[in-house]
Design a protein around this ligand. Structure first.
Ligand code: HEM
Length: 448
């Protein structure tokens, strides 16, 4: 039995059909052969895009020459109204300066300081889930709530019940429903002169979310000035001075960064945790192992590194359902990949989804096997073909944070509840992140 994988499309389809499939879902719009290909070229009347699925090419783009492959501005368009000049979208010197200010907040030592806030969010999640004892629950909804809670508690020392936090969370859901699928523009860029339409409510919700975040950051700036600010991620980021320019973030720039922390840090973690819980429901022997292991879990930060089985399962969930399924870059110099000339300005697509299931690299690519990380093949692939957080200088800022959060939440939930799958298997589809088309339904039972 393999865990759910989207039906690939037939090998040959017209461009019109492809666009239609694409609008529905990024994953099922691709043919089966991409899981074996080292590279694939997509030709359209306006431009070319290349999906690279070979470790040495991915390495070149992400690790060896990232400056030659900046983020594709076409992809950014869908997120601009909300994220402005956030670190997720910028390139070049601006991006480098932003990372110099943000990165220290996520260093190892800071993670330890953040742990009590994550623990509190875990306890709050258990308390919320408790009301579903013996019932069926749509778990993505619950993991979204939990992940948003983690972000607000660690960033601003406020729980999701806080009025402003709750409103950001609600408005964000509306934004997501109205925002165009961001990746679409990357494969099918419109000519530059074509006007960009955002649905009315996309702009409205973006403005409203930014207003709420502005309120939070303004209050925090005042608290920092009066010496009453809590020692959390927001304070750390807002008081860090870039060693090169001697400047810190101004209020506007901080709003952009908070918006991306909220977006990148809650959608992704929610998706990963929901799929991990589903996999545990599907493979109860693993669920039991995690639950056993979790008896050693405590508020002591060191106990998280002892949750080895849980970490292997969570890593396997990130392999099979990478929350960020594809990333898009643009080449600024002429390139030659696999004997093909790639003209400047082409779209280079790196698909974690396909690389994580590359049939020529992984043993049992579509199977769920958390023991793989201890095998030779698993170790080699972990190094060369596993990029849930991307790689190189533009790697996810929150990677370490997300691994602690994911393992902690999974262990805490499975220590308290037994989960079983209900109804039809979920169908993975890619929107902003990899989600299930109709949600993920699980039965929850409190453990004795
Ligand atoms: C399981 C959870 C997560 C996954 C799978 C994930 C994955 C990723 C990936 C793949 C990227 C690169 C995107 C690209 O280059 O196009 C990224 C970037 C980023 N992530 Fe995460 N992320 C997770 C959680 C978080 C958390 C918790 C935070 C912050 C609290 C965060 C903050 C960011 C930021 C700021 C960037 C932009 C970095 C840059 O472009 O320099 N992420 N993430």
């Amino acid at each position: 039995m393999i865990p759910p994988k989207p039906e690939p499309r037939p090998d040959k389809v017209s461009l019109r059909q492809y666009v239609k499939l694409f609008q529905k879902d990024l994953l099922s719009a691709q043919p089966q052969r991409l899981y074996r290909a080292w590279m694939a070229e997509f030709r359209t009347p306006f431009f070319r895009s290349y999906m690279i699925n070979q470790p040495s090419l991915v390495q070149a783009v992400l690790k060896e020459r990232p400056d030659d492959f900046p983020k594709s501005q076409r992809v950014s368009e869908g997120l601009k109204p909300l994220l402005g000049e956030s670190v997720f979208l910028t390139n070049g010197e601006t991006w480098k300066r932003q990372r110099r200010i943000i990165d220290p907040a996520f260093e190892g030592g800071r993670l330890r300081d953040t742990f009590p806030a994550m623990w509190a969010a875990g306890q709050a999640a258990i308390a919320r889930l408790d009301r579903f004892d013996g019932q069926v629950v749509e778990i993505e909804e619950e993991t979204s709530h939990a992940a948003a809670d983690v972000i607000f508690r660690t960033l601003f020392s406020i729980p999701i019940e806080h009025e402003v936090a709750g409103r950001v969370f609600e408005e964000f859901r509306t934004y997501q429903r109205s925002a165009p699928i961001v990746n679409l523009g990357a494969f099918f860029p419109l000519p530059r002169w074509f006007p960009r339409f955002f649905r009315k409510d996309t702009k409205r919700t973006a403005v409203s979310i930014r207003k709420l975040i502005t309120q939070l950051t303004a209050e925090r700036m005042a608290a920092i000035a009066s010496g009453t600010a809590p020692d959390d991620l927001a304070t750390k980021i807002m008081t860090t001075v870039d060693p090169e320019s001697g400047k810190s973030f101004d209020a506007n720039e901080m709003v952009d960064q908070v918006a991306i922390f909220f977006l990148a840090g809650h959608e992704t973690s929610a998706s990963a945790l929901a799929w991990a819980l589903y996999l545990c429901a599907l493979y109860p022997e693993w669920q039991e192992k995690i639950s056993q292991e979790a008896t050693e879990l405590s508020e002591d930060f060191a106990s998280i590194s002892k949750q080895r089985t849980c970490r292997d399962v969570f890593r396997e969930a990130l392999r099979l359902y990478p929350p960020v399924p594809m990333m898009v870059r643009e080449n600024t110099c002429p390139e030659n990949f696999r004997d093909r000339d790639i003209s400047v300005g082409s779209q280079i697509v790196i698909s974690a989804w396909h690389l994580h299931r590359q049939e020529r690299l992984w043993d049992n690519p579509d199977g769920f096997d958390p023991t793989r990380w201890q095998t030779e093949n698993g170790k080699t692939c972990a190094r060369d073909a596993y990029i849930p957080f991307s790689a190189g200088s533009r790697v996810c800022t929150g990677a370490g944070f997300a691994m602690v959060e994911g393992v902690l939440m999974l262990s805490m939930i499975l220590k308290h509840f037994k989960v079983t799958p209900v109804g039809d298997p979920p169908v993975p589809i890619a929107h902003l992140t990899v989600r299930s088309r109709d949600g993920i339904n699980l039965r929850l039972e409190r453990r004795k």
